[in-house]
Design a protein around this ligand. Structure first.
Ligand SMILES: Cc1cc2nc3c(=O)[nH]c(=O)nc-3n(C[C@H](O)[C@H](O)[C@H](O)COP(=O)(O)OP(=O)(O)OC[C@H]3O[C@@H](n4cnc5c(N)ncnc54)[C@H](O)[C@@H]3O)c2cc1C
Length: 465
């Protein structure tokens, strides 16, 4: 049994010894191939640790596959959605991160995983593996409400953040000219559904963005009293995964700054710009952001491995699938029980990064026939930022709030960025945010770049000009 701080007594680290080391690698004549699926918190850090732990084993190949060419720092996504941080401060090229390592970045969609053949098919090619690390993350969970939700925003990607940012600006543009009072109200009512950390932080940021920044630009015809920010939570408590004191303090803070929090607010639908909550009158709003939960990646959920009720792959303490040797799972895809609580670890970046180190250690241990480790980590507290210059921190020994908490929150997160240059970028971005204003420029990231005018046939462009 691990101790409370996550270490093990008397060399209790060893567990799954006896599994055979696979062929290839370290001296066998052919390279040993480790494929890591996903370059998010779990996958990227697994690869970086593997590279570090395998310094003396050049015959081991490490390949990371991701559909995006960047690592996305999700804890700061809400800052990008509200003009506080530029997209490139939170999205970092994986090729750059891996440049001075032996890790090979393979940018392309994973289409299929064939566990029997030990192959992974991407849009580019089919690749063999000896060890597979699955870290494909999760997607938004609508809990079967898809057909009752129209035109809702989510916050999972850079594209989502840009879309929210643009929409918030456009709603102020709309309200600026709108004569009909009901339509004006709907444009200036911003609803976030989901009282977890993402929903709480996003609601706080939207409140600041609307009331401080956008109001300055649109203040001639829009007043503070017209702006409503509402947070809807289905249960009786926000931040249920964090310590109770922190969730009560956060609720108090949200209400104090002017955010309306609807607890026990069961959303029944959002159609034609009308939100329906059980027991309440229908409410018109042009903005509903769904931040109410995640479910595991569908590709992972479809694998013939033992899974939990939410489609996450069950793992042993070593983070290897009990259904198949040499298949390891980290982050949001793993259903790994906290040995003290008997419940799966929550899907957080902290968990993913810590699991990454354990998996990297165990793959190397298996290769070099050394003892493997069991993953055990006890979360001792929690953090949540609420708007500008305010965060709440709760650990066993202390609770912090206000600007000190906010600085610490930022330092902790920036420190987690994978390379020093990016830490500097983000620190710089945050100082800009404190010293200057948030941006109120729409971001046309233009993911559908084939629609860009430079690609149009000449006659069409000429006709336009
Ligand atoms: C807005 C937001 C805020 C958050 N804030 C916090 C926070 O403050 N603190 C915290 O601890 N956690 C936070 N989280 C949760 C945290 O981001 C996740 O728990 C963490 O990213 C999980 O790591 P992962 O490696 O499992 O997945 P991810 O980091 O999501 O990585 C998965 C990767 O797989 C890639 N991928 C998926 N499918 C495919 C495919 N078919 N082919 C190729 N590539 C694919 C994706 O592009 C992605 O890069 C937040 C999440 C969100 C969305």
């Amino acid at each position: 049994m691990p101790t409370k701080n996550g270490s093990f007594k008397n060399g209790e680290k060893m567990s799954e010894k006896g599994s055979s080391a696979p062929p290839g690698g370290t001296g066998s004549g052919r390279p040993y191939r480790i494929l890591v699926l996903g370059a998010g918190f779990g996958g990227l850090y697994t690869a970086v640790y593997l590279d570090r732990f395998l310094k003396d084993h050049p015959d081991v190949w490490i390949t990371v596959i991701d559909r995006r060419n960047y690592f996305l720092f999700t804890p700061m996504l809400h800052s990008t959605a509200t003009g506080a941080l530029e997209p490139r401060y939170i999205a970092h090229s994986v090729r750059k991160i891996f440049r001075k390592t032996r890790i090979h970045a393979h940018i392309g969609e994973v289409l299929d995983i064939d566990l029997a053949q030990k192959t992974v098919e991407t849009v580019h090619r089919t690749m063999q593996f000896d060890d597979l690390v699955i870290a494909l993350g999760s997607e938004t969970n609508f809990y079967g409400m898809e057909s009752r939700l129209e035109n809702v925003f989510t916050l999972k990607s850079l594209k989502d953040a840009s879309a929210i940012n643009n929409h918030l600006i456009r709603m102020f543009e709309k309200a600026y000219w709108e004569e009909d009072p009901e339509s004006r109200k709907a444009a200036l009512t911003f609803v976030v559904v989901g009282g977890g950390p993402t929903g709480v932080e996003l609601a706080g940021e939207i409140y600041e963005y609307a009331n401080r920044e956008l109001l300055r630009d649109f203040g001639r015809r829009i007043s503070r009293e017209e702006i409503r920010v509402i947070l809807v939570e289905a249960t009786g408590r926000i931040l249920p995964s964090l310590p109770e004191k922190l969730s009560l303090d956060a609720l108090e803070r949200l209400r104090k700054i002017g955010i309306e929090v609807f607890l026990e607010g069961r959303l029944e639908g959002y159609r034609d710009g009308v939100m329906e909550i059980k027991g309440l009158a229908p409410l018109r709003t042009d903005t509903l952001i769904w931040a109410a939960g995640v479910r595991t990646n569908p590709l992972t959920a479809s694998l013939p491995l033992e899974k939990d009720g939410q489609g996450r792959i069950k793992v042993k303490g070593t983070l290897e699938s009990p259904s198949m040797d040499h298949v390891w799972v980290v982050g949001d895809n793993a259903s790994c029980l906290n040995p003290w609580e008997g419940k799966p670890y929550p899907p957080t970046a902290q968990t993913a990064v810590r699991q990454a180190k354990t998996v990297a250690h165990n793959i190397v241990a298996r290769l070099t026939r050394k003892p493997e480790r069991i993953f055990a980590h006890n979360h001792v507290g929690g953090f949540v930022s609420i708007g500008d210059n305010y965060a709440l921190l709760s650990a066993k020994q202390f609770t912090l709030s206000g600007i000190v908490g906010w600085f610490l929150w930022n330092i902790v997160y920036i420190h987690k960025l994978p390379i020093v240059r990016y830490r500097l970028f983000s620190t710089f971005g945050l100082f800009l945010k404190v010293l200057f204003e948030r941006a109120t420029t729409e971001i046309d990231l233009c993911p559908e770049y084939e629609e860009a005018s430079y690609r149009k046939p000449p006659e069409e462009s000429q006709a336009g000009g």
